[in-house]
Design a protein around this ligand. Sequence first.
Ligand code: PEP
Ligand code: MG
Length: 886
Amino acid sequence: QKYVYDFAEGNKDLKDLLGGKGANLAEMTNLGLPVPPGFTITTEACKAYLTTGREPDGLAAQIEAHLESLEREMGRRLGDPDDPLLVSVRSGAKFSMPGMMETVLNVGLNDRSVVGLSNQAGGNDRFAWDSYRRLIQMFGKTVCEVPGEEFEHALDEIKRAKGTHNDLDLDADDLRGLVDAYKQIFAKHTGREFPQEPREQLDLAIRAVFDSWNAERAILYRRQERIPADLGTAVNVVTMVFGNLGPDSGTGVAFTRDPGSGAQGIYGDYLANAQGEDVVAGIRNTVPLQELEQLDKTSYDQLLGIMARLEEHYKDLCDIEFTIERGKLWMLQTRVGKRTAAAAFVIAGQLVDEGLIDLDEALHRVNGAQLAQLMFPRFQLDHEFEPVAKGIGASPGAASGKVVFTSARAVELAAEGESVILVRRETNPDDLNGMIAAKGILTSRGGKTSHAAVVARGMGKTCVSGADELEVNVPAKKFTVGDHVVNEGDVVSIDGTTGKVYLGEVPVMPSEVVQYFEGELDPENTDDALVRSVHRIMTHADAARRLRVRTNADTGADAARARRFGAEGIGLCRTEHMFLGDRRELVERLILASGEQEREDALAALLPLQRADFIEIFREMDGLPVTVRLIDPPLHEFLPPLEQLAVNVAVAQERGEDVAKEEALLAAVRRMHEENPMLGLRGVRLGLVIPGLFAMQVRAIAEAAVAVVRDGGKACPEIMVPLVGAVQELETVRAEAERIIAEVVGDSGVEVLIGTMIEVPRAALTAGQIAEAAEFFSFGTNDLTQMGWGFSRDDVEGAFFWRYLELGIFGISPFESIDTDGVGRLVRIAAEEGRAARPGLKLGVCGEHGGDPDSVHFFHEVGLDYVSCSPFRVPVARLEAGRASI
Ligand code: PEP
Ligand code: MG
């Protein structure tokens, strides 16, 4: 098996095998760019090492062969005393894991080759000894686990003796002394001398990079970023080039466009007379890349040429690391660069204009999560506001409010109408009420899958987690960050997208992308590059997509907004939402009705109200399909809570008051009480038990449609029966509904479809039978997930999902993104068997998953006709449906 590839043997598409860095170094090499020669040891070798605990057979010999050929090419031998070849050993996994894994520089230096290096550098002893001490330090720390502080301590010691704070004041003798001190530290901790044999240094460094794949921080990072644990890392062995050889040397990073805004231009930083690690360590201040033009025009021009070349080749924004060694430019790394959501859209649009990509490709370059991010209001940040801390952007949005430290205080202040930010080290299920009451949540511990993060995302609430600069002191009701002390009641602002935390109230500005969707910004006539690009890409997505996008809406206002956002119908109108507020009393009358007459009176009172609701919605949708779902939740939700009522009645009885009415109510509440209401009397079961209830709703829908049509409008109602598990349930409801519809619509021309939700697993498994009685299916993936997994949708997120996510039992809540293997399989079966029984059966989804990017791709693939989601997610679903189609 081939475990080692020369740079010239690879290319950018071999990231699985060569890692991101190795694949791109190979690509640049083959483009003829100045890459220091070297080779890559594959991820396969790493995986073999990690499973067996030793290097695979043949690896050592292959390294030897590639090293020899490298030595021939460079005309130097690794660690040669007179004229040494030095190499760096760099990790490079398929996905970038910044700072997570190891790198060792200057491999090949020893007591003898340090002299050779000095000669190569024109007698620069200082440089040579500095390079040597860096090798011992890095090698000791990363390969042999010598505590890094010991080296830093020895360095500080020498500087103190010399009376300086600056490394650059140390001369060759100081550094030679430092090398001796470092060697002693090395020997003390490892029980052996620092290895002088260059090949041994190389082998140990390679092994250390392999091992670093399983370093604790790397494991945590992968979990956080959902990077699979079994990919392994490649190892790049690269000829050393030096940016610290004098003022005509240096190192820098560059972006081919602004990764923040997407604006065209040259972005980057440069540091003269330095190595890459100095830039990261912030030892000296970098200068803007443009200043390189003054320092070294030849290299600058060459760099600009290479950047243009890379953009043209990768057809995307690239980021670059480079080094200049005595006036000679070297490319150390490139990759397609990370960018903000706004930059992603802007750049995709620019690349189309520049003819580098087409609109299909532009659509691939952005995603629904980015679009969703752009739809949140943002902080309006000018220079007055500097973040005091940065945590993890755990749940997007921008929130300001008074700091509170307990759930109880959050509830109290919120009840007084205050905006509050709940600050905790970590949250736990006891904090739930406070989290609900707060505008935002800020924690000093925990990552993207912590309790706070998971629950906040579920609630759509802004959350910054793991802001570890915060010292949170709950008993003292304060936190400190840097020099600031923040007490309960002080105002802070948190940005759940960037993870930044600000003191005081930062003003919030609306999203220009929402303004565009609302029709308040003309995309043809704005100088906002983001809006222009979003418009263009959305238009293309709409043209490309096969899936239709509807919305879940229960009011005319929601329906109207969703239409502005591009909804092509209503996929779910939850009629129970129309029974709240003033109408609750009417529902109570219905439930408590003691005889047929009372019940009919109650229904008769509800009928005109329902009819008016539907008329409003049909008008708003103007002939687009409207799926109205018959009432679903358990009826006791419309009654007062049992315990409270029992107490009230007892107290009133005690006082000798007349409680006949309350007693009747209490008896009814007792009668209707269910231990497990989600699995109880709801949906179609309710319709079968309470005579006249569904009939009233069907009549209201049909009458509303007829009224709109007689008025010259259009109406396209679809009646949907919830919670069906057996075809017989649906047939019973259907027979009655058809009778009423026939009676009401007469010759008005109104057509009413009757269909069902598929949200009980049994319905999915008997979809072939159910399709005989249904003109359409709409998958209720909320309940299908609840009943498929047996997870109570109202309880689990706060109770234990955070732990499941932490353990990696699933990567994302199955209520957020469809579980394709399990619940998704039920959808697939029902779709196939339903369509087999009734060709042309209309299929949609109306659970929360209808607006989730990954789920939309799944529903596209399963062949549904539409997804339906909340109005705000309609644009996200349109975009993802487009992306799924190309
Ligand atoms: C569902 O179960 O997915 C659904 C849309 O219905 P509800 O959320 O109202 O139960
Ligand atoms: Mg449901």
